[in-house]
Design a protein around this ligand. Sequence first.
Ligand SMILES: NC(=O)c1ccc[n+]([C@@H]2O[C@H](COP(=O)([O-])OP(=O)(O)OC[C@H]3O[C@@H](n4cnc5c(N)ncnc54)[C@H](OP(=O)(O)O)[C@@H]3O)[C@@H](O)[C@H]2O)c1
Length: 262
Amino acid sequence: MHVREMYDLSGRIAIVTGGTGLYGSPISEGLAEAGATVIIASRNGTRCKHFAAVLSERGFNAAGYSLDLASDESIEKLVSAVIRKYGFIHILVNNAVTREGYGDLQDMNRERISHTLNVNVNGTMLLTKAVLPYMQNQGSGSIINISSIQGVTAPHFPYYEEGQSSPVGYTFEKWGMVGFTKWLAAYYGKDNIRANCISPGGYHPELKTLRPRFYHTYQEHTPLKRWPERDDIKGPVVFLASDASRYVTGVNLVMDGGFTIW
Ligand SMILES: NC(=O)c1ccc[n+]([C@@H]2O[C@H](COP(=O)([O-])OP(=O)(O)OC[C@H]3O[C@@H](n4cnc5c(N)ncnc54)[C@H](OP(=O)(O)O)[C@@H]3O)[C@@H](O)[C@H]2O)c1
């Protein structure tokens, strides 16, 4: 197989949760540019449809749908709608995150913990559960979970500016995402379904202005001496979604400019 063919996603149907967000939009765009039909899904269905229209105007295949990961009904509705219209789901990118309710440990109570877990853990697990039977029927699939550098390390608190923090629930959930990926890879490998994770570094286009000290400290710590750019995630996601990684499963691809190597 020619290597260009390996990276070609033509004819593949991909769902990207939170597909209009900071990392979600380049993930959706990258998959569409590689030829996939991208289903962009989050609570704000109008924004998803709008972004899909922007991609379609550029000649790519995309559609926007509503999805609330806190609702079983909404998960079921999305999966049935995609299967009804396209017949397949080849790629699932579990990218969405809610940060509502996050805080330091002393700020947490059962209600706040449950709020984020209900979306970030329950929702991710139940959407994946709903998609998997279709991947099994097809005899193939690629699941890509988006973790974080907080899924392979702990926040280096001395770097944080006064009033800024990194929530305990985020580290808890992002480490869980890596474990969930390995479990999926172990269980569904027999069905030719691959599960991999991407752990990106921090990305916020306005951070330089919002947190200048943190911005510079983080950048200095990073071997590549820069923050991620918007399109940096496109390569890893297309690699893991495509046949270019057809013998790769259960890995956590850390995309952080080397931030976590020391
Ligand atoms: N940005 C970073 O610095 C960074 C670094 C490392 C890893 N990551 C990871 O990258 C992924 C994306 O993060 P981001 O920074 O791009 O986030 P973001 O810009 O805040 O986007 C979050 C997305 O999740 C969706 N969402 C929130 N609650 C939802 C729900 N209940 N159901 C369905 N969708 C929901 C939002 O859309 P709606 O509001 O329309 O629902 C939005 O599209 C996350 O997994 C995050 O942990 C981010």
